[in-house]
Design a protein around this ligand. Structure first.
Ligand code: DGI
Ligand code: FE
Ligand code: FE
Length: 203
């Protein structure tokens, strides 16, 4: 793929950024990251989004996914983040704290990119085009295998808002089946994107 970064959002070339990210994770997870990037670029092209920002946000979205729990908990304390975060574990930490680590360690300061990383796991009541692109690309990238993924892909390439709704509904359903702890923002996202009283807001 030929995508040359403008240097507006990162000092690194795409290849350098890929190296920085791959050093943080297993081969398998890096393959996922590249799948998210490929998908995010497609979704950006289809929705008149910023392809460069989509590429960068996708490459860094799981930057903190394999950080040691102890380091993440220490970060929550030292940066005075809400202690309530601690019980939710890395599934919830890696986007929120990941955005801060991306700023500190990779020097990426663009708030649109950082917000897409912050919101990529839970979604949010308000989502920018880039937030939606990363949230959906993460769910449907080509290496994902789960029963609903084909349907999710079809919807995503037709209507991005519908794909956010579909993903939000089925993720919450899955979490409830697992009796997982639901992060409050996950419920807020459901209430704005899925619950019929509010659904018109995101048409
Ligand atoms: O990092 P990825 O595996 O690529 O994907 P992700 O960041 O979207 O999600 C990571 C995991 O977090 C996934 O298994 C679903 C889970 N998750 C999403 N919302 C919640 C959640 N887990 C809990 N416990 N609570 C949530 O509200
Ligand atoms: Fe993630
Ligand atoms: Fe991911």
């Amino acid at each position: 793929m030929k995508l040359i970064y403008s240097k507006k959002y990162t000092q690194y070339t795409r290849l350098e950024l890929m190296e920085k990210v791959s050093a943080q994770m297993s081969k398998k997870r890096f393959t996922h990251v590249l799948g998210v990037e490929e998908t995010a670029i497609k979704l950006a092209q289809m929705n008149n989004g910023d392809v460069e920002k989509a590429s960068i946000a996708a490459l860094v979205h799981d930057y903190a996914k394999e950080r040691a729990d102890e380091e993440m908990i220490a970060f929550i304390h030292s940066h005075h983040l809400d202690e309530e975060l601690i019980i939710f574990g890395n599934n919830i930490w890696h986007g929120i704290i990941g955005a801060e680590l991306i700023k500190l360690e990779l020097g990426i300061h663009d708030e649109e990119i950082l917000n897409a990383v912050r919101k990529h796991t839970t979604g949010d009541m308000v989502m920018s085009l880039l937030d939606k692109i990363i949230y959906v690309a993460d769910y449907i990238e080509p290496n994902r295998r789960f029963p609903l993924v084909e349907q999710a892909r079809k919807i995503a390439f037709e209507n991005l808002n519908e794909a956010v709704k579909f993903e939000t509904k089925h993720t919450l359903e899955y979490l409830i089946k697992q009796e997982a702890l639901i992060y409050p923002k996950t419920i807020t996202t459901y209430n704005t994107w899925v619950a019929t009283v509010n659904r018109h807001l995101n048409k």
